[in-house]
Design a binder for this molecule. Structure first.
Ligand SMILES: [Zn+2]
Length: 190
């Protein structure tokens, strides 16, 4: 009888203890999840936004996205805005499979005689990477920083990376005020 009472008390203690651990864990989990969502919301709100036309996205995926890496093209939009409304696939760019260099002569010429007179200028470059390498390389960052230095009217350089293997595009921008830190951007497709 005595043993049975002791056992019962012990069982009760164990139940209370385990219950309190569970509730403590679940409370922490809820707090953790709330924190995670708050951080996610905050980071979404903090993300630079790139307004890009649906047609440009389609064109990018049907050219850069459908070719072996590395290929690329220039992103265009109205002068004085960050909107991307046009894309020119750089057919003559040098694509070695490990690096992409724009065909600057053709692009400069088109900028002068075609795009600027039509009120559009460069918003950035899109190019593809092999495998799943969806971040900007050191070489990419040097190139982008050089272009930001030359084009002092650009508040940001839009530099999405396309992964042909997965047929996807990761939106990345480099902001003028933090030129060494690429930022994940949010696409606002219109
Ligand atoms: Zn690259």
């Amino acid at each position: 009888m005595k043993i049975s009472v002791k056992t019962k008390i012990l069982q009760k203690c164990c139940r209370i203890k385990s219950k309190s651990i569970i509730s403590h864990v679940s409370q922490n989990r809820v707090k953790g999840l709330q924190k995670l969502y708050a951080t996610k919301e905050r980071s979404l709100a903090d993300m630079p936004v790139v307004k890009i036309s649906r047609n440009v996205c389609k064109e990018i995926l049907h050219t850069v996205g459908s070719q072996p890496p590395e290929s690329g093209g220039i992103l265009l939009g109205p002068v004085g805005s960050n909107d991307v409304t046009g894309f020119f696939f750089d057919n003559c760019g040098s694509c070695t499979g490990i690096s992409y260099s724009p065909d600057c002569t053709t692009l400069k010429q088109k900028m002068k005689v075609e795009w600027l007179p039509a009120g559009v200028d460069m918003k950035g470059f899109v190019h593809s990477h092999p495998g799943r390498l969806d971040g900007l390389s050191v070489g990419d960052m040097i190139y982008i920083n050089r272009l930001l230095d030359i084009n002092d009217d650009m508040p940001m350089f839009i530099a999405p990376i396309v992964i042909p293997q997965e047929f996807r595009m990761r939106p990345i921008v480099v902001l003028r005020d933090k030129p060494r830190m690429p930022r994940e951007a949010r696409l606002d497709v219109f």
